[in-house]
Every structure is written in structure tokens, then in C-alpha cells.
Ligand binder design. Structure first.
Ligand code: SAH
Length: 474
């Protein structure tokens, strides 16, 4: 180890920053956040630093650097653009046995400022010892996504209970086991759900019965359309904490690859309306797993509340007293539109958008076709390609023009994405000609034509011939 990591209490302690530019301003902001008593020495200040000085939030020493500026300081930061000044500060500081950081100069520095992930009071600091600051920054980004934002709230809560925990569990080993169980308990989920009273009650309960079995719970998680980059940070965390993951077949392999390796994966396949595991069986499975004390992730393609039967699953869990949380995902309509270059609404073409599902004959009959056939709105239709003929017939019968553009997006957001565009009059033929398969989302409305100019992802759209759609003006 070439550096000794250290967390320093700077509250009200004098710290000198030499330099008045942008870099100095960033250091000053960080030092002020830690409560330091900051003095900035420089012949000129950025407007931001000048304002801080005018508000007496920092002291300002005017003029060129002088050794006596170091008087009384606990630490010094040299942040000037002039190497000779930085060197003078570093050597004067060393003479006085003061720790000095020279910005972007590891050789002159006697302390380094790490990249941090701030979950105060928990702080993770990362240093590459000045060898590769980019690497440290990169690592910081990764940790940022992995660490629960509510870690700080947890630490604050544990701090308040600290004495009681020690009294209740005096033996260090017992205490360690208790903590381990606590981190896997619903406590974190309560903190995430902004239920501090429940979190505190869970903590109380586990103090009273420190060996009670862990309570299982279910997170209903949206996996998005396929591109793993469209997962939310919360989804990623849930996938990394899961004991068991019940996923639809629609969930992409790339998303599953981000889950905890040793989680158990159970495919409860459903695709395009085919029901291979019955909904009841899924309910039973969730219940069994949760009652066994496991953390269950019920992972669904897109968003769990958009044509995902998420509501039914929550009702079931609620009626059986199983705690749950919901993590939304990017639904197919939003993802397919974005990845096909189709704005779902547009000031000139569409003032509203409807998400419609039409997977089978029954759901077709239940739809309000007159409303769906209205102009200047976009339909995002979640369906199998088998029903396109029926769909066209109904929309035309209710007055939607045969020239209305569509974009059919197959495997939206995935490497295999294909977009086929054309007009309503030719919809089934066009889909057929290009052998569009599942999963595919149909976007119908004036905006769909924009795919031909605004596309950016993968191959350009396959454009159907439109000889029938544009009548010649007389
Ligand atoms: N809950 C999901 C929808 C489930 S219904 C969501 O919010 O996206 C299943 C239908 O979604 C499919 O028949 C298809 O129409 C659509 N779909 C899901 N993922 C898709 C994708 N990557 N590309 C195109 N369509 C998709």
C-alpha cells in the first residue's frame, strides 16, 4: 500500500487554498461541504469565489503567495496554474509538516483527494494513488450504481440504535450475525419505500427476537425492452440482491446476465399472449418462495404495470400478506418509439397517444374502435402480428384513412431490431412480406412516417411501396 487512507474531520478547522480559479473553486466547495474554515489566497477570484468572500463564507488573502499564509492551517491545497507557486507551497508546507495537496500533481502532493461515493454518513473513497484518476472516476460510477441510495439513512438509523444494539447483543459474534440478517431483512426495502416508521419497527422487532427467520418479499421489476442500458438503477440493484428471479421469456439474456450469478432463475414463460405457465402457478410460486424467506424478483419485460398483469400479482401478494415493492421499467411503446425515431406525440401530428393491447379476438371486441380510429393521435399497439388483418379492417371501417402511416418495430432496442414502415391500407401485406415476428410493437399514426427520416438505431426502416396511398391531385 503506497498511501494510507484517512477520513479527516475538518469541521471549523482552518484550511488554506492557494489559487482563485475554477479548480480552486471546486476544492473550496468540497471543503466547505465538510465544514472547514476556508481561506483562499490569490490575487484574483472567480465570480463564485468572490461572492463567497463577500458573504464571509471564506476568507480572502489578496496578492501573490506568501509563506505566512500557511500560519494556523491544518491542511493546504495548491490549485494555481503556476508550477513554481505550487512547488513553493508544497515545499513550505513540508517544512512545517503540513499536509499539502497539489492539484493534478501526485509527485508534489503529500495527501490525495479521492473520488467519492457519498451516502453520508457512509462515504466510499477511491484512489488510484494519482496514477490513473480516470480509472478511479470510472470505478466511482460503477459503485454509484451498485450502492443503495438509502445506505445513508440506514447508517443514521443504526447510529441511533447503537447503544441498544450493544446492550441487547453484547457478544461480537452474535452481533455480527444479527447485522448480517438485518441487511438482508425488509428494513432496506422499507427505507427505499420511504417508510421510516416501518423501517424502525422492523429494527425494533429484530432486536426483540434477534433470531427470527428472515421475512421473504417480492420485488416486481420492469426489465425494459431488451437493451440492458435501459434498466433502472433500482432494477439493477434488485437483480443483484435477489435469491430467486422469476422471469418472463420476453426478458433479454443481456438483462439476465446482469443479475446475481448464484441467484436461482426460473423462467415462467409467456410470449405474445401464449400462456405457458398459468398465472395461478406464478402466484403460487411467488408465495412459496417468499414464505421460504427468500428475496424474490418477479422480472417482467418492459414495465410490470403495462399489459404485464402486475396489478393481479400485487393483489394476490397483498391478500396473502407478502410484502412487495414495484420497480418500473421502460415499456415497449416508449422504447420502440425512441429506437425507431418516432416521437409518440408531435405538435403538428398527434396530441395524444394510446397504449392498446389486442392479443386475441376477445380483447379486440372489447376495444372502442371509434375512438381508436380518430385522427391526430398515435396508437401504440402491443399485439401479435397474427391480428393485423382484423386490426386494419376495424380501423378502416371506423374511418381511419388507409394512408395513415405505421411503423412496426420488431425486437425493439435489441441488436436484432427491425423497423418496417408503410400505410394502414397495406399493413398486413407489408408485415407478411417482411416476415415480421414476435415481439413486435405497432405504432400507428401520422408520427410513424417520421421513422423514415429520424431513424438512428440499427438498419434504416424497410419502407413499403406506397403506390396506392398517395392519390394524384387532379
Ligand atoms: N409489460 C410489457 C408488455 C407485455 S405484452 C411492456 O411494458 O413492454 C407483450 C407485448 O409487448 C409483445 O407482444 C409486443 O407487442 C410488446 N413488446 C415487448 N417487448 C418488445 C420489444 N422489445 N420489441 C417490440 N415489442 C415488444
Amino acid at each position: 500500500m503506497n498511501l494510507f487512507p484517512l477520513f479527516v474531520d475538518l469541521a471549523r478547522r482552518p484550511v488554506l487554498v492557494v489559487g482563485g480559479g475554477e479548480v480552486a473553486a471546486r476544492k473550496v466547495a468540497a471543503l466547505l461541504a465538510a465544514g472547514a474554515d476556508v481561506t483562499v489566497g490569490a490575487p484574483a477570484l472567480t465570480p463564485q469565489l468572490a461572492r463567497l468572500a463577500a458573504d464571509r463564507r471564506i476568507h480572502h488573502l489578496d496578492g501573490p503567495y506568501a509563506e505566512r499564509w500557511l500560519d494556523g492551517s491544518w491542511l493546504v491545497v495548491a490549485a494555481t496554474a503556476d508550477r513554481a507557486t505550487n512547488e513553493a507551497v508544497a515545499s513550505d508546507a513540508a517544512h512545517r509538516r503540513l499536509f499539502a495537496n497539489v492539484v493534478d500533481d501526485a509527485g508534489l502532493s503529500t495527501f490525495h483527494v479521492p473520488a467519492i461515493v457519498d451516502r453520508s454518513p457512509v462515504i466510499v473513497a477511491i484512489s488510484s494513488g494519482g496514477s490513473a484518476p480516470m480509472l478511479a472516476r470510472r470505478l466511482r460510477e460503477r459503485l454509484e450504481t451498485l450502492l443503495d441510495p438509502d445506505l445513508g439513512a440506514l447508517a443514521t438509523l443504526l447510529e441511533r440504535f447503537r447503544t441498544r444494539i450493544r446492550t441487547r447483543l453484547p457478544a461480537p459474534a452474535a452481533r455480527r450475525h444479527w447485522y448480517d440478517a438485518l441487511f438482508d431483512s425488509p428494513l432496506m426495502a422499507f427505507l427505499r419505500a420511504r417508510q421510516p416508521a416501518l423501517a424502525e419497527a422492523a429494527l425494533e422487532a429484530s432486536l426483540h427476537a434477534p433470531t427470527a427467520p428472515a421475512e421473504g418479499r417480492v420485488a416486481l421489476v420492469g426489465a425494459g425492452p431488451g437493451d440492458p442500458g435501459l434498466l433502472t438503477l433500482k432494477a439493477l440493484r434488485a437483480l443483484n440482491q435477489a435469491d430467486v428471479i422469476l422471469h418472463d421469456r420476453l426478458v433479454s439474456a443481456e438483462v439476465l446476465a446482469l443479475a446475481r450469478r448464484d441467484a436461482e432463475f426460473i423462467e415462467v414463460g409467456k410470449r405474445g399472449g401464449g400462456h405457458s405457465t398459468s398465472q395461478d402457478a406464478i402466484h403460487q410460486l411467488m408465495l412459496e418462495q417468499a414464505r421460504a424467506g427468500r428475496r424474490v424478483v418477479r422480472l417482467k419485460g418492459g414495465d410490470p404495470f403495462v399489459f404485464g398483469r402486475g396489478g393481479e400479482e400485487l393483489e394476490f401478494l397483498r391478500s396473502h400478506g407478502v410484502p412487495y415493492e414495484v420497480v418500473p421499467g421502460i415499456t415497449a411503446a416508449l422504447a420502440c418509439a425512441a429506437y425507431a425515431g418516432v416521437p409518440l406525440t408531435h405538435r403538428d401530428h398527434a396530441q395524444s397517444v394510446r397504449f392498446v393491447t389486442a392479443h386475441c379476438r376477445d380483447s379486440f371486441d372489447a376495444l372502442d374502435w371509434r375512438a381508436l380510429a380518430q385522427e391526430r393521435q398515435t396508437l401504440a399497439i402491443y399485439m401479435g402480428v397474427a391480428g393485423l388483418e382484423r386490426l386494419r379492417a376495424r380501423l378502416l371501417a371506423h374511418g381511419r384513412a388507409a394512408t395513415t402511416p405505421f411503423a412496426l418495430v420488431e425486437n425493439g432496442s435489441r441488436a436484432s431490431q427491425r423497423v418496417v414502415t408503410g400505410t394502414l391500407g397495406q399493413l398486413p401485406q407489408t408485415a407478411n412480406a417482411h416476415k415480421v415476428g414476435s415481439p413486435a410493437l405497432l405504432i400507428l399514426g401520422e408520427v410513424a412516417a417520421l421513422a423514415e427520416t429520424l431513424h438512428w438505431y440499427g438498419a434504416p426502416p424497410l419502407v413499403a411501396l406506397r403506390e396506392l396511398s398517395i392519390p394524384h391531385a387532379a
